[in-house]
Design a protein around this ligand. Structure first.
Ligand code: C2E
Ligand code: MG
Ligand code: MG
Length: 399
């Protein structure tokens, strides 16, 4: 069973209209038919939208199925002339073999579809043969998703706080809020294991709102309890999905009001790739957040593939230098030069800098020589729960 899906079909529909889109589907279907071995009883079907399935009967081995997929990529290579437009298209293909001991047709379709999904993930115009680890992974992801839906209601999420330290005074100037999931069976789950799936399912929106409210409340509490830390601020990560929400600014503003926190105490961290996912939309959201008095940071700076020209188009206050540049700054001359260039760039653009992932004293010494403003990392502290973070605030500065 071959499960096919046209790559970027939506772009054809959206730009050239549905009539051209329909013509494309018809022409693709004709080319697919030309790949069938009618004497063997092969069948092609359009499942819906831009999805096609092909049932190959009487094949000897997986190689025959792969050859068929390669032939399909080949016949779709030449351009399509549709109502005066020339269009190119490619397909991704998932392959499931009947030798897997299936008892129901829908299971074959499901597995071919799973393989298709993997083919899409690995770049378009590709084909992949299903194997059972894909099924296990899909089931594990589904469980994770179901559990995550409950996590908020069951109050299993926790916010941890990692101090951000002034390299001039050694004082804690603020914390970055980092979410954790206290899973009843799996223990403390790191955000890298669930943020991506939360993004994909949209659960990131309620999760982020909860994280933001929780951390604003916590910061307000600290500001009141430790008057000597009244200018303490909180950094909260903003996801790409949130940036594309039409009412994100209103929601953030509402949380600030409810928690009675000054907007200037909040710093939102955004990655370059989140901004570049839709730059115009991001520009408008960031301008409005800025107008509220919130500060904006670029997270993991230097790891995106975007051009630097965006920096002065967006109202950015702080660059957070990615950990990958910091971790060899004491031994690798090239890394040192890059960090120096970022610090100079930030300073010339009137922005602050925070070095992420500082782990050793040598790294700290280099950063101080480079006159980097602030740093965070295991050298100072791991992310802490709120009680441990309170204890840290009550103690002495770092140096
Ligand atoms: P990030 O925003 O770049 O956060 C910094 C990550 O680096 C944290 O990982 C932190 O624990 C880790 N880190 C800090 N210092 C060091 C160090 O010295 N050495 C090393 N090796 N690592 C260090 P964490 O907490 O696992 O978070 C991973 C990512 O998940 C974050 O990267 C952020 O992108 C995302 N994330 C975490 N919480 C949230 C959240 O509430 N919302 C959203 N949207 N994303 C979040
Ligand atoms: Mg961050
Ligand atoms: Mg970061």
């Amino acid at each position: 069973m071959l499960f096919l899906d046209l790559d970027r079909f939506k772009i054809v529909n959206d730009s050239l209209g549905h009539c051209v889109g329909d013509r494309l589907l018809i022409t693709v279907a004709q080319r697919l038919q030309s790949c069938l071995r009618s004497d063997e009883g092969d069948v092609v079907a359009r499942l819906g939208g831009d999805e096609f399935t092909i049932l190959l009967s009487h094949i000897q081995s997986v190689d025959d199925a792969i050859r068929a997929a390669e032939q399909i990529h080949q016949v779709l290579k030449s351009p399509f002339n549709l109502n005066g437009y020339q269009v190119f298209t490619t397909v991704s293909i998932g392959i499931a073999l009947g030798t897997n001991g299936y008892t129901q047709a829908v299971d074959v379709l499901r597995d071919a579809d799973t393989a298709l999904y993997r083919a899409k993930e690995q770049g378009k115009s590709w084909h992949i043969v299903f194997d059972s680890t894909m099924y296990d992974r899909a089931v594990a992801l589904l469980h994770l998703e179901t559990d995550l839906r409950w996590a908020l209601q069951r109050q299993e999420l926790r916010v941890f706080y990692q101090p951000i330290v002034s390299l001039v005074t050694g004082n804690i100037t603020g914390f970055e809020a980092l979410v954790r999931w206290q899973h009843p069976q799996r223990g403390l789950v790191s955000p890298s294991d669930f943020i991506a799936i939360a993004e994909e399912t949209g659960l990131i929106v309620p999760i982020s709102q909860w994280v933001l409210r929780e951390s604003c409340l916590q910061l307000r509490q600290w500001q009141l309890r430790f008057p000597e830390h009244k200018s303490l601020s909180i950094n909260v990560n903003l996801s790409a999905k949130q940036l594309s929400q039409h009412n994100v600014v209103e929601q953030i503003n509402q949380i600030l009001q409810e928690t009675n926190l000054a907007p200037s105490s909040l710093k939102l961290e955004i990655t370059e790739s989140a901004i570049m996912a839709s730059p115009e939309k991001a520009a408008s959201v960031l301008q409005r957040l800025k107008a509220l008095g919130i500060q904006l940071c670029i997270d993991d700076f230097g790891t995106g593939y975007s051009s630097l020209s965006y920096l002065h188009h967006f109202p950015i206050d702080i660059l957070k230098i990615d950990r990958s540049f910091i971790n060899r700054i004491d031994s690798d001359g090239d890394q040192w030069v890059i960090v120096r260039a970022i610090i100079t760039l930030a300073s010339n653009l009137g922005m602050g800098v925070v070095a992420e992932g500082v782990e050793t004293m040598d790294q700290l010494i280099q950063l101080r020589l480079l006159e980097c403003d602030k740093a965070q990392g295991y050298l100072f502290s791991q992310p802490l729960d709120s009680e441990q973070a309170s204890a840290l605030l009550a103690s002495q500065p770092f140096f």
